[in-house]
Design a protein around this ligand. Structure first.
Ligand code: AMP
Length: 583
């Protein structure tokens, strides 16, 4: 398929923010795509080059792109940078420059969707000495052979800044409309922008089937292929594979032990809620894979966990779910999450880090046993399997500390024990529930001791003044509402001038700099990527921010590099906390 066809779709999508219109446009496009093009098309529609679970990255910053645009267009870098600061979008800058250049040249090549993916993937493979120059050269070549509108979207794809706003829900719905639309008699009224469906129940069943397949594969490309090739049967037959992470099951918040029982039934299992980092551990013979809650591959960063998975568990094939908790070598006591968070993105000095900030792996669930999915078995059976597999080796790998109880007093004592030994509270698990990847359905609940903090993304910021002028020091925070980021406050305290346990100004400045989209004086607009946990005194109603709420005395507690912008607190959560606090 020609890339220009996809570019037309990008333009149509960009022209509206209406989700149903997006769904219709994408579904028509997918319906008509060849099966060989489906995978690349879906990835590019999502603005991706690799599937979510793939750890490869193109590794190109805005500065490198500017050099490539300069090579392709003949325009000096300084001019491109100035244009970029004005518009905040390198894609549009590229479009204008390539268009100007094309007036003087005649050459024009047809590039295909596959070619774009191949070339962009090629960038990730370039390593070692001189790799920066080689990457710039390759991007420049691609831009030179592209038409202006194609160049615009290639640049946006590389920068991971599509500006179209296609969420997972839209892609899921588009797959249903594209491949089951006739069967479900889906009629989309373009004029009134409404859909009519013959049988809602059946429609929902198909939605669930696509969602389930996606939660297991963590990639829409094979899901769309299966739907197109083999319909519902194809979706139902999709199986997880060891080595490819699947979404983790999420926890619902409860306020009391009684509410926990209401959700999970009596008796229920209660476990310590460790303040660590979620780890999905895959083992296939001697191959081990470790993934975070966001499914980032952190195998290299946790050699001691790899060693444990290899040598402390005899089973050769499995996927288990666990929480890795940092502990002090001196006292043996658990340390808060910050102590190990710096290990997640480490590329160098990993062994030393592992020495300094070791983790204990607390296993609490199993997803695959011996190559077979066990997610449909009841929790209690999965737990029995784990008990046979995991021989507790303290400070290395252990089963999460737990009780099965139906007596409130017993749970109260256990809760106290959990908090006294440095944990956040308790997790409550429904004994007869399956494991639902990606879902927050109350099969597992959390009961925390402290007031709930918010996880917010930084959308804007300001350069500091005087002594702090080299740092970005004030951060505008946003929560999520239907894929939009709504501002809720500004924070600048909670950070240190030097790094101790927490985050320093210098460190956060380094994290934010590559994300700058626009600068006007001191004011900076950022790509929403960096998530921070925010503590506050109170949530207030306020017309100042687009969310309609403001935080009193917001304070940065820690960087949540285990969360992405999709995982942040929603407006609904803010409203719930607001209402609870009123009570
Ligand atoms: P929260 O991050 O506050 O939504 O709490 C849910 C998280 O608690 C999970 O994603 C895990 O990372 C973590 N956790 C700690 N201990 C457990 C446990 N025993 N079972 C399940 N999750 C746990």
């Amino acid at each position: 398929m020609q890339y220009s066809k996809l570019v037309k779709i990008y333009e149509e999508l960009e022209a509206t923010t209406k989700r149903l219109e997006h769904t219709y446009t994408i579904s028509e496009f997918l319906k008509n795509a060849n099966i060989e093009d489906l995978s690349a098309t879906i990835l590019l529609l999502e603005g991706r080059i690799f599937p979510r679970w793939d750890e490869r990255e193109v590794g190109i910053a805005s500065k490198m792109i500017i050099k490539a645009i300069s090579l392709a267009s003949g325009m000096p870098k300084e001019k491109i940078t100035a244009e970029w600061k004005k518009t905040g979008d390198l894609g549009t800058v590229t479009y204008n420059l390539i268009k100007k250049k094309r007036q003087f040249t005649l050459e024009s090549y047809e590039i295909t969707v596959k070619k774009v993916i191949e070339n962009l993937r090629g960038l990730a493979a370039i390593e070692g000495q001189g790799s920066v120059d080689k990457k710039i050269q390759l991007v420049a070549e691609l831009l030179t052979s592209a038409k202006p509108d194609e160049a615009k979207y290639i640049v946006r794809t590389i920068l991971n800044d599509m500006r179209i706003g296609i969420g997972e829900g839209t892609i899921r719905d588009s797959i249903v409309w594209a491949f089951f639309g006739d069967e479900l008699k889906i009629a989309y009224n373009q004029e009134e922008k409404i859909i009519e469906v013959d049988d809602r129940q059946k429609y929902n069943k198909y939605m669930d089937a696509v969602q389930r397949a996606f939660d297991i594969m963590n990639d829409f490309a094979p899901v769309a292929e299966a739907a197109k090739k083999s319909g519902m049967k194809g979706l139902e037959e999709m199986e997880m594979s060891i080595g490819v992470p699947l979404k983790v099951m999420l926890a619902l918040k409860v306020e009391s032990i009684e509410e926990g029982f209401e959700r999970c039934g009596k008796p229920a299992e209660f476990e310590f809620k460790y303040d660590g980092m979620r780890m999905q551990i895959h083992k296939n013979g001697s191959k081990i894979g470790i993934f975070t809650r966001r499914l980032e591959n952190v195998t290299a960063q946790f050699p001691e966990v790899v060693e444990c998975a290899k040598n402390c568990i005899e089973e050769k094939k499995f996927i288990i779910d666990a929480e890795a908790v940092g502990y002090s070598k001196k006292t043996g006591k658990y340390l808060p999450f910050q102590s190990i968070s710096q290990r997640i993105k480490r590329k160098y000095g990993i062994e030393k880090m592992a020495e300094q900030y070791p983790v204990e792996t607390n296993v609490f669930d199993i997803i695959n046993y011996n190559g077979r999915s066990v997610i449909n078995k009841p929790f209690i059976e999965r737990k029995e399997m784990l008990k046979k597999m995991i021989k507790n080796v303290p400070k290395k790998i252990v089963l999460a500390t737990s009780i099965v109880a139906e007596d409130k007093k017993e749970v109260q004592d256990f809760y106290k024990e959990a908090v006294d030994s440095g944990n956040e509270g308790l997790m409550i698990k429904k004994l007869d529930a399956p494991y639902k990847p990606g879902a927050r359905v109350g099969f597992m609940c959390k009961l925390k001791a402290t007031k709930e903090n918010l996880d917010l993304v930084i959308v804007k910021a300001e350069w500091g003044e005087g002594k702090r002028s080299k740092w970005i020091t004030s951060y505008t925070l946003a929560c999520m509402h239907e894929k939009n980021f709504l501002e809720i406050g500004k924070a600048s305290t909670g950070l240190k001038e030097k790094r101790e346990m927490g985050l320093s100004f210098a460190e956060i400045t380094e994290l934010l700099k590559p994300l700058i989209k626009k600068e006007e004086g001191k004011e900076i607009t950022l790509k929403p990527k960096i998530v921070v946990e925010i503590a506050y005194e109170e949530i207030q109603k306020s017309p100042t921010y687009s969310s309609g709420y403001a935080l009193r005395f917001p304070r940065i507690v820690r960087l949540r590099d285990d969360l992405g912008a999709d995982d942040i607190s929603t407006l609904k959560m803010v409203e719930d906390f607001y209402n609870k606090q009123k009570k």
